[in-house]
Design a protein. Structure first.
Length: 259
């Protein structure tokens, strides 16, 4: 009897281990597939994710190499690149109506601003997301529903803490070369997203985060462009002064020869 119970215990333990491994593999691959499928549907640009790992027991996880491409017509290869991000998920919530995410932290992402203040790559991506979600909101203030075909984008979430820290903004302006000026952006910190019964959809979370990124990037890019303009003006004045000196020197030389 004891041997039978021992064998049953071993079988149960093996099944539990296999179940945990299966759930982990499914969870990781499902999230990766969701990012690489739903993301491009909303943004209309390529999105790739190297890897994601989430612990089935603790819910802690990490994301590596999330790369967001650029809209057609822009020269820089990426708009946003996240080398590493940490997150925490309540494991059992993935089985319910709303996935609860206590925290997401994007560490030192690289953001590229290409174009002008009115028309640029980041604004275009945000406009694509707003078009995919049917605009910012309905007339009664409720969240707009994602466009048809974006079933995954309507998945309900709750994100208690969303932090982007140490972001580097590369400002690329036509005629001034790529990465004309690199700036460290202020931290972006969002809290209590989707804490109500309705939660927040993947689409609306994407839009909310992009709105914050675009707002911060545009403000910093405007400052950088002003600086670049002043630098160009100073270079022009300096060149004009040097040209004047050269011209004056030639004039004096000719006068000496004529004497």
């Amino acid at each position: 009897m004891k041997k039978l119970l021992l064998r049953i215990g071993i079988v149960v333990a093996v099944l539990v281990v296999l179940a945990v491994v299966a759930v982990k593999l499914f969870l990781d691959s499902a999230v990766k597939k969701g990012v690489e499928t739903i993301g491009p549907e909303l943004t209309k640009v390529s999105i790739t994710l190297d890897s994601i790992h989430i612990s089935v027991f603790s819910g802690s996880g990490s994301i590596k190499e999330l790369v967001v491409g650029n809209p057609e017509g822009y020269k820089t290869p990426t708009s946003i690149k996240v080398g590493f991000a940490s997150l925490a998920v309540k494991p059992m919530s993935v089985l319910g109506d709303k996935i609860i995410i206590p925290s997401i932290h994007l560490e030192s992402p690289e953001i590229t601003f290409e174009g002008g203040i009115g028309k640029n790559n980041l604004n275009q991506i945000l406009a694509n997301v707003e078009a995919a979600t049917g605009g910012s909101s309905t007339s009664n203030g409720a969240n707009a529903q994602p466009a048809a075909g974006s079933k995954g984008a309507s998945r309900k979430l709750e994100v208690d803490d969303f932090l982007i820290s140490g972001a580097k903004l590369n400002v690329s302006v036509m005629g001034m070369g790529t990465n004309s000026r690199a700036i460290t952006l202020p931290d972006i910190h969002l809290t209590n997203l989707g804490t109500g019964p309705g939660g927040i959809t993947v689409a609306d979370l994407t839009k909310k985060v992009l709105q914050e990124i675009v707002g911060s990037a545009t403000k910093s890019a405007a400052t950088a462009l002003t600086g670049l303009g002043k630098d160009a003006e100073n270079v022009g004045k300096s060149a004009e002064g040097e040209a004047g000196k050269i011209g004056k020197g030639i004039e004096n030389l000719l006068k000496k020869k004529n004497k």
